[in-house]
Design a protein around this ligand. Sequence first.
Ligand code: 1CP
Length: 348
Amino acid sequence: MDMPDKPFLRALAGEAVWPPPVWLMRQAGRYLPEYRIVRAQAGDFISLCTDPELATEVTLQPLRRYGFDAAILFSDILMVPWAMGQPLRFAEGEGPLLEPLRDSAAIGALEVDRVVERAAPILETVRRLSATLAVQHQRTALIGFAGAPWTVACYMVDGRGGGEFPHTRRLSYADPALFARLIRTVSDATVEYLLAQAENGAEALMIFDSWAGLLPPAGFRRWVIEPTAELVRRLRKRLPEGFPIIGFPRLAGPMLVEYVARTGIQAVGMDTAMDPRWAAANIPAKVALQGNLDPQALVAGGPGLEAEARALLAAMRGRPFVFNLGHGIVPQTPPEHVAALVRTVRAG
Ligand code: 1CP
């Protein structure tokens, strides 16, 4: 692959670009007044994700304000179960609600073969974004994404968020063969969905494993590391050489080392709890690190924010790094604090 010239892609390719490229998880969303207007216009959240015009618009909104180095497709990790035919809705103020899936018949009814077809409007959004960035935001790269099989399965089995996912965790012990079948089914759908995003213009792919940290080490190896390694292997077989893939096994702690080694991923997201100095010392120097400012420091703003951002920059200087948060931006974030953060990062 030719050496990319966008700062974000150079960092993912292993270059210690300085000042580092910056984008923020959930950079499109409720903290922006212009997002709330489009959200109200769209009605429900799934309609917004499947309307190429509106989804393109909300993806671009944070770029106009802040000129981020990466744009992330506006969609959701739960659009994969939705595209497999599992009933999904987003209740106001409650987050996602799915019809819980707990037996063999329900897993057998999932329609893996129809995922790319049902995701057509999302792929149209990817095409529009790719075309728009080429003209209006030439230094900005486009990120496609999906949830990792474990995290997506958490929502599919429990049927809702909340952070504990007791039904999923119990199922993984009570019937590992059935659970492995579910993981395999989600992986099959996810491979096709991510490849389709890359074919339609995404320049990097990110795999969100938000609930990886719920698992003890044996489960972490079996349900996080192994399925992700297999997913990356299947993607690489069909992607151009060197195509960047970013993993984000949230709250992995020291298991991050094994995750990076086994998956062969180019870049890894650090969550808020991770010590960036520990990561710099323990993750191979060619692997880009991304993260991990506390989203609440961004809400607080002022000298506290400035100090946190500077400490993170100091810890990451000299290695491939992408400045980001340790988890998604929260709706209470004042937009002017984001502008101040971007100024601090760009000052290096
Ligand atoms: O009310 C609204 O407007 C909906 C809020 C919202 C938004 C803005 C949801 C519901 N999803 C999203 C967008 C989204 N989700 C993006 C697009 C990028 C952007 O906003 O800039 C991305 C990448 C995601 C990924 C996502 N969705 C994750 C992984 C990252 C993470 O935050 O851990 C997860 C776990 C979800 C599930 C989900 N979708 C929405 C909510 C509220 C949740 C969390 C539910 C829970 O608490 O468990």
